[in-house]
Ligand binder design. Structure first.
Ligand code: SF4
Length: 389
C-alpha cells in the first residue's frame, strides 16, 4: 500500500515539477519510506505509522500541485464545456499535464487547428488562463477505458501527456498517437524537450491538417470548475441550503473509472441519490454520471466537479471549511459520505490522504485492490471502518 501510494505521490510531484514547483520534504520522505519498507527490522506498528505518513505526504503533494496549477493558470471557475465538435482539423490532448496543453495551444494558435481535451484533461477548461485560446474548443469522449473506440472517430492525432494509455492494437490509431513527458508507448512517436526546455508539436499539427475533422459522438455542454476557491465564493449559499435542509448530504464520488461492468454502480448510485443530495467529484470516475441531468438545488448543481483526481485535495479543503463554519470537532460529523472509486496508484494516495485526515466510513470499490491482504483489510476496517460498495 505504501509503494502504490508513493507511486501516486511521485506522479503528482512530477506534474508539479513540470511547472517548476518542488518540495524537497516530499522527495526526502519517498527515499526514507522506500528504505524503511526494505528493512527487515521494521515492525508492523512502524509500517502502519508509515502508511498514514504516506497519506500526510500525499496531502502535501496534492497541495504542491494545486498551488503550482493555480499560481500559473488561476483558480478554476464555473465553466460550461462543449462536448460536441466543429468542422476544423483537430488534435486531442489527453491526461493530466497542463503545461503540455499550454505549449500545444501556443503552437496551434492561428493555424486553423482546434484542440480538444480528453478524459482527465477536461478540467483545463476551468482555469481562467486557458479561456483566451479560441481554438481550445471542447472535450471529446469519456474516461480512459473508452479511448480506443473514441480515438477511431476523433480522426486526428492524439497527444498523451501522462499515464493511462490503453495499448493501441490498430496500426492506424497507433500512428496517430504521440507521447510526451513521462508517458511513452513502443511504436508511438515521443516528443522530447529541446535544449531550451521547449517541445515541438509541429509534426502533430501538420498531421492534424491532413486528417478529417472529428466525428461528433455527443453534443451539449457539461459544467465544472468547483474547486476550493470557487466553492469558497459560493460557501454562504451552500451553508444556507444546508441549514434550511435543502441540502441534506454530500457524497464524494471521486477517483478513477474502470471498464468493468461493476462500475455501473456509480451511475446507478448517482441516479438514485435523494434529490436533496449533492455529489462532489474529481478524477475520471465522474464520467460515470457527469452527463446525467441531475438538476440543481437553488442554483447549486447536484454534481460539483472539482477537477482531476489530484483535485480531491479541493474536496478535502471544502470539507475542512464546512467543519470550521459548523464549529465541529470531527470531520466525520459533517453530512458527507465517501464512495471512492479505486483503480490505480493515484487513487491509492487519495485514499491514504483521506485516512491521514481522519476520514472514516469510506466505501471503496468496486473491487478491492489485490495488495490489500486480509490483515491490512482488517486493520482498515477496525481503525477506519472502511467497507466495500
Ligand atoms: S483518475 Fe486515475 S484512472 Fe482516471 S485518468 Fe486519472 S489516473 Fe487515470
Amino acid at each position: 500500500m505504501i509503494v502504490y501510494g508513493i507511486k501516486g505521490m511521485a506522479a503528482y510531484t512530477n506534474h508539479a515539477l513540470n511547472l517548476n514547483s518542488e518540495n524537497y520534504e516530499i522527495y526526502e520522505f519517498i527515499y526514507r519510506a522506500l528504505d524503511k519498507i526494505l528493512d527487515s527490522e521494521t515492525t508492523v506498528d512502524e509500517l502502519i505509522n508509515l502508511t498514514l505518513e504516506t497519506g500526510e505526504f500525499g496531502v502535501k503533494a496534492m497541495e504542491l500541485l494545486d498551488k503550482a496549477n493555480t499560481d500559473k493558470y488561476g483558480h478554476p471557475e464555473i465553466t460550461q464545456v462543449n462536448i460536441g465538435t466543429r468542422n476544423n482539423p483537430a488534435i486531442l490532448i489527453s491526461r493530466h499535464d497542463l503545461s503540455d496543453l499550454e505549449e500545444l495551444l501556443e503552437q496551434t494558435k492561428g493555424t486553423g487547428v482546434d484542440v480538444y481535451t480528453h478524459s482527465e484533461m477536461l478540467p483545463a477548461h476551468f482555469y481562467p488562463y486557458f479561456k483566451k485560446y479560441e481554438n481550445l474548443y471542447g472535450n471529446y469522449g469519456n474516461a480512459w477505458h473508452k479511448q480506443l473506440e473514441e480515438f477511431k472517430t476523433f480522426n486526428g492525432p492524439i497527444v498523451f501527456t501522462t499515464n493511462c494509455i490503453v495499448p493501441p492494437k490498430d496500426e492506424e490509431i497507433k500512428n496517430r498517437i504521440f507521447t510526451t513527458g513521462s508517458a511513452g508507448y513502443t511504436g508511438c512517436k515521443h516528443i522530447e524537450k529541446d535544449e531550451n526546455g521547449k517541445k515541438d508539436f509541429s509534426e502533430v499539427i501538420n498531421m492534424a491538417k491532413k486528417l478529417k475533422s472529428p466525428t461528433e459522438i455527443e453534443s451539449g455542454k457539461i459544467i465544472g470548475g468547483f474547486a476550493h476557491n470557487q466553492v469558497s465564493i459560493l460557501i454562504d449559499k451552500v451553508v444556507e441550503n444546508i441549514k434550511n435542509g435543502n441540502i441534506k448530504e454530500f457524497v464524494v464520488m471521486a477517483g478513477c473509472d474502470g471498464r468493468m461492468k461493476s462500475r455501473e454502480y456509480y451511475t446507478e448510485k448517482a441516479k438514485n441519490l435523494p434529490k436533496d443530495s449533492v455529489i462532489l467529484t474529481a478524477g475520471c470516475a465522474k464520467y460515470r454520471y457527469n452527463k446525467l441531468e441531475l438538476g440543481d438545488i437553488n442554483g447549486i448543481p447536484r454534481i460539483l466537479d472539482a477537477g482531476q483526481c489530484n483535485d480531491s485535495y479541493s474536496l478535502v479543503r471544502i470539507a475542512l471549511k464546512l467543519k470550521e463554519i459548523f464549529n465541529l470537532k470531527d470531520i466525520n460529523e459533517l453530512p458527507i459520505k465517501y464512495d471512492i472509486a479505486w483503480y490505480e496508484q493515484k487513487a491509492v494516495i487519495v485514499l491514504l490522504a483521506l485516512l491521514y485526515l481522519g476520514v472514516k466510513n469510506i466505501k471503496l470499490g468496486p473491487t478491492l485492490p489485490a495488495f490489500l491482504s486480509p490483515n491490512i483489510k482488517n486493520f482498515l476496517v477496525e481503525k477506519f471502518n472502511i467497507s466495500t460498495i
